[in-house]
Design a protein around this ligand. Sequence first.
Ligand code: NAD
Ligand SMILES: O=CCc1c[nH]cn1
Length: 572
Amino acid sequence: MPAHSRPGFPKAPPPRGPNSPRIPSFYRPRPSATPPLTGPRLRSALPARKIVGLLSELRPQQMFLRAVSSGLTSLFRTPGLAAVTAMSTGTFVQLDPLNYRDGARVEPVDSSGTEKAFEPATGRVIATLQCSGETEVHLAVKSAKAAFEIWRKKSGMERGQVLLEAARLIKEQKDAIATMETINNGKSIFEARLDIDTSWQCLEYYAGLAASMAGEHVQLPNGSFGYTRREPLGVCVGIGAWNYPFQIACWKSAPALACGNAMIFKPSPFTPVSALLLAEIYTKAGAPPGLFNVVQGGAATGQFLCQHRDVAKVSFTGSVPTGMKIMEMSAKGIKPVTLELGGKSPLIIFSDCDLEDAVKGALVANFLTQGQVCCNGTRVFVQKEIIDKFTKEVVKQTQNIRIGDPLLEDTRMGPLINGPHLERVLGFIKSAKEEGATVLYGGEPYEPTDPKLKHGYYMTPCILTNCRDDMTCVREEIFGPVMSILPFKTEAEVLERANDTTFGLAAGVFTRDIQRAHRVAADLQAGTCYINNYNVSPVELPFGGYKKSGEEVGMHKPATVASAATPVFLSL
Ligand SMILES: NC(=O)c1ccc[n+]([C@@H]2O[C@H](COP(=O)([O-])OP(=O)(O)OC[C@H]3O[C@@H](n4cnc5c(N)ncnc54)[C@H](O)[C@@H]3O)[C@@H](O)[C@H]2O)c1
Ligand SMILES: O=CCc1c[nH]cn1
């Protein structure tokens, strides 16, 4: 009987089978008496017992939130974060230190400059962060090394218990964390809540794996035997992008911690706030102080981290140009690196599709998080027979997407991350027009009627037609709400065009022909291929890329998500 179905067994993550596809590469398979064996074999076992008693060791949380609009200063504590959920757009200011070291928020001891973080909905500054200098980075590494010495000696089961408790705390504080994410990132609260769900699911998943990661026993001649051990690497660095701040921090830390490593996480300077909530949660869940440290800053801080001699691995999410620099720095230190980079993914819509679903799929593939999603399917190839019908419907639905205050329940599109990025996206639309594309809808700056949103970074979602494969808007990652529609005739033709890119993060196919769906998915050079859906990222599946979209260990493990559900619908 599987452990989780035993009577009286606490609610636990689902068991994972052997050769689970997301076995993280935060482990060093270490040969003992025999040469290393390849191909990890994991048995499923669940660290499902809840930790009772860890809560008594909690440090008091300190989070100062000032309600600017009312002129009042209030002090709230993070447990429950009740005050945050009650906040409205235009009221939040972060006054607490934004670094986290040895289990507490700290100001960095040295700084390489300051950065301002904004509330994209209003254009207000919500935090000014000190970019950590070399000494602060060194202190963070030192603290993480000390925590690693404690953590690496724990059993997988013990590590899983801490992760499970952290997952429970995230779930408990979901609305508050989502509110914070919306305030700092601009994505709608509707989406932010989905992100927080995938975040705690990620921790639960790795909690489930932690106890079952084991080496191998190898029988040798004449009664001899050898065995391999799986050992953590040490202090790992996570560097994140701004589009999924909390989720990325979880995606990076959960596998690292499950395997026995410590992590120093550097969020994007645009979204410094929510990683601190995760740090506090890990501490509260029983992680030793220093196990998950946060340092703030931009490129310089990132470089100090990557170049530190005591950092064993770098896991990076961000753009291709930065990914190249990270790989170069890591190569110099002979450090393993995981790169999760950008994309320009194709979405292929065959004439036999369920048109209603395909339209929803195209919306979700292009306009989630204001189009600022790495795996978005922005090259929408539509078979000629249905292109007019599809285009008409997709425009109609796009017009219905509610843009505005991201904290309102019925908003589906908030602002872009900041002013320069909005200008960059509008620049792509301008050059698309110059190159001969037609703007069928949107692509303009947008000013919501609410006066407090006047200085926010809003634009209308954009649909381009008359596009050619060689146009800039079709070749380059725009990272904004811009869909390019491209006609095609045959399967062979569209496959060739879809794969004609330097990226390879994701792809999608809409068709009722099941054989074609899997044939096309297999031939698409993409880390993930969605069938009759888009932008669902189950934690059980790998999330990697072909070509410049980045890769884990130099081999392809493409995932196909054949979804039985209909795509999330963005228009109301
Ligand atoms: N594949 C994925 O899973 C995934 C997920 C989210 C975002 N992305 C990609 O991220 C990009 C957008 O994010 P971004 O604008 O934050 O990317 P970015 O490359 O500008 O920055 C990413 C992070 O790297 C840091 N950084 C910048 N220069 C550095 C340097 N020289 N050394 C060390 N660190 C440095 C930044 O401060 C930030 O924390 C898009 O291309 C998007 O597709 C990919
Ligand atoms: O930007 C991409 C990160 C992602 C994709 N799906 C969920 N998160």
